[in-house]
Each structure stands twice: as C-alpha cells, then as structure tokens.
Design a binder for this molecule. Structure first.
Ligand code: 5GP
Ligand code: MN
Length: 341
C-alpha cells in the first residue's frame, strides 16, 4: 500500500463507520492479537467495531483484553451474518483468501460488498481488497498492525491494551522471537510495545504456563509416534482421533508439537498429521528449516499454503493413506531436501 492509499484510507476512517474485523478459522495468537490490537485502535477513533472469528480460540488465548467480546460465527451464524452485511468496512487480518474462513463463513464473506482492507503476511493473496497492506517478509500480522497505526500517523494512540495484544501476536508468530522473519524492526516495534505497557513476562506466562496433565500425555504419545526418514532429512508425527480422545484433546493442545520433529539433528522437513473425524479430514502442519518451501509443498500436494518455513494443509484420505501419500512424494524431492541444507 503506497502513501496515497494510506492517506485515502486515513480519510475514509476520519468519520465514524461500522467496521468488522475478521480473521481465519482456528485463530492463533497472531490472528487474535492483530484483530484485538486493531479493535482497540479503531475504537479510539470512534468507530463501531466488531470482531467476527469463524470459530473459537484455544484456551491459552482466553485472557486477551477484549477477547470475550469477539463474535464467533460458528456459534451465532445469523447474528454474525447480519453484522457482516451491515458493515461499511471489513478488515481481513492474517489471511488472504476467503476459503481460510471455513465452509460456514466463506459464503457470507464472498457475497457482501463493503470496502475490504487486507492486512496480512502470507504469500499469494487473492484479489478482493480495495486496500491491501501485504508483506510476506513480516514476522506477523500483529507487527504490521503496529506499522499500520504508525503510518496512519497515530502512534501516540498505542496504549496498554493495544500493546498487550500486539505483543502477544508477535510473540506467538515468531516462536518467541526465534524464527528467521524476526528482524531488527520487529524488536524495535516490540521495544515500543513494552514502553506502551505490554508486560513481557506476564504475557509469556499466560500463553505458555497453561499445560495440563492430559496435554503432556498427548505430547508423550506424539513423540512416541514420531517417524524419522533419515534419507530425506524428514520427520513426521501422527495423532489419530482415538489417541486424541484418550487424552481429552482440547483445541490448541497440539500447538508446537511439530517443532519437536523439526528440532531433531539433521531434520529439515517436519510434518504432523492430526485426524479430525468430525470434519472428516486430516489436518496437517508442515515446517522446514532453510530454503525448502513448505508453502509450495502444501499448495501442490495438500490443499494448503502458508509461509516458506511454516504451512498447513488438509487431506480427505484416511490417516494411513495421507501418510503414505506424503512418504511417496519425498523421493521426488531428494535434491531439495539435501541441497538446501
Ligand atoms: P499451522 O501449521 O500452525 O496451522 O499453520 C502454519 C501456517 O500455515 C500459518 O501461517 C497458517 O496461516 C498457514 N496455514 C495453515 N493451514 C492452512 C491451510 O489449510 N491453508 C492455507 N492456505 N494456509 C494454511
Ligand atoms: Mn500470522
């Protein structure tokens, strides 16, 4: 988005509007962090703002300022449809294609015609937004919201709620500042957020110190199920619905499991396959280190996408068939999986 577009958007936001902020299905820390950060900002400008999320967030995010006010499309489809139809402006945060909203919310979003503003850091955005602030090099959408506020000339409006939500989003999407997309600019933004009232250790503890005994047992099972394919520098984990049930799986429990596979010495490509009998799919997370693009891999083979080193996808085959399909693709990638190491 160039300066002219920023000025145009600033102008459009200079009188009160009905605004809806949306984010992707299975919202993560960055999805809610960026949405709530923008929510508190637009509230201060005097707009009527509602956040609509396709479904609920994991328990480890249920402390974020404003989180309880978020409307969940899945729980109140009629109310949310009405809110979306009446919106003058709709922000799409941390996603760039309507299919990321899931089957129930996608048809509504595809048939409304407000001014769409996309703020996102994923690759290959769909072309539906009048205003697009898109940068795949950014650590997180939350970092972009800070840049957005700054470029709107409203940095002084960043207060404790905004700072807290944006900090939480950056923290989670950068894997606590360790992923390569974390830049000196990210740290400068974070420094500003600390000065504006974000409490770094409190936020870290709220997100991470929420382990349950069942989750730890599920992690044990996942690690036990891990398979290493040394020839392809690849490791993968499976979790069946029965295994998830045995340990009373709660949304968010498998967050970060795939990173254990990736942390193995000599492994540069990792995956986790999680059976979801209710949705009748296998949900997959892919991770890589180095140049091997899991975004392309997920797009090509598993109906997904994401970033170079972190992507997701899905399969409608059985768990076993999905894993077989995955393993069968690897011999064709021998060069990529060795050269870029
Ligand atoms: P995760 O594996 O943590 O669910 O997702 C990793 C990254 O891939 C995130 O940036 C997420 O937005 C993206 N992603 C996850 N699942 C999908 C999917 O089914 N389709 C697309 N296009 N991106 C996904
Ligand atoms: Mn993100």
């Amino acid at each position: 988005m160039n300066e002219v577009a920023f000025q145009e958007l600033n102008q459009a936001l200079s009188d009160p509007k009905k605004i809806v902020i949306t984010t992707h299905r299975n919202p993560d820390g960055d999805a809610y962090g960026s949405s709530l950060g923008l929510y508190w900002f637009l509230n201060q400008l005097g707009h009527e703002v509602t956040i609509v999320s396709p479904n609920d967030c994991p328990g480890f995010l249920k402390w974020m300022p404003g989180q309880a006010d978020i409307e969940i499309f899945e729980s109140a489809p009629e109310k949310c449809t009405k809110i979306l139809r009446e919106a003058e402006m709709v922000f799409t945060l941390d996603y760039n294609a309507f299919h990321r909203l899931g089957e129930i919310m996608e048809p509504v979003m595809s048939t409304i015609s407000p001014v769409f503003v996309m703020i996102d850091h994923h690759q290959e955005p769909d072309d539906f937004a009048q205003f697009s602030f898109v940068d795949p090099a950014m650590s997180s959408t939350s970092e972009m919201i800070y840049q957005f506020i700054q470029r709107m000339g409203k940095k002084e409006l960043v207060e404790k709620n905004i700072a807290t939500c944006l900090y939480a989003g950056i923290l989670t999407d950068t894997g606590s500042f360790r992923f390569p997309a974390t830049t000196s600019d990210t740290h400068r933004v974070v420094a500003n957020l600390l000065e504006r009232g974000a409490n770094n250790s409190d936020i870290y503890n709220r997100i991470h110190d929420v382990n349950t005994y069942n989750r730890m047992q599920l992690l044990g099972k996942a690690l036990n199920n891990m398979v290493v394919l040394e020839r392809f520098h690849t490791a993968y984990i499976t979790l069946s619905q029965n295994e998830l049930n045995r340990y009373k799986f709660q949304r968010g429990d498998t967050e970060g499991f795939v990173n254990y596979a990736l942390s193995l010495k000599n492994v540069m490509f990792a995956a986790i396959f999680i059976e979801d009998k209710k949705q009748k799919i296998i949900k997959i997370s892919f991770r890589s280190v180095g140049d091997f693009s899991v975004n392309e891999f997920a797009r090509q083979h598993f109906n997904g996408g994401g970033h170079i080193n972190a992507a997701g996808g899905r399969s409608t085959l059985s768990l076993k068939e999905t894993v077989n399909k995955f393993v069968d693709i690897l011999p064709g990638l021998t060069d990529e999986l060795t050269l870029s190491q």
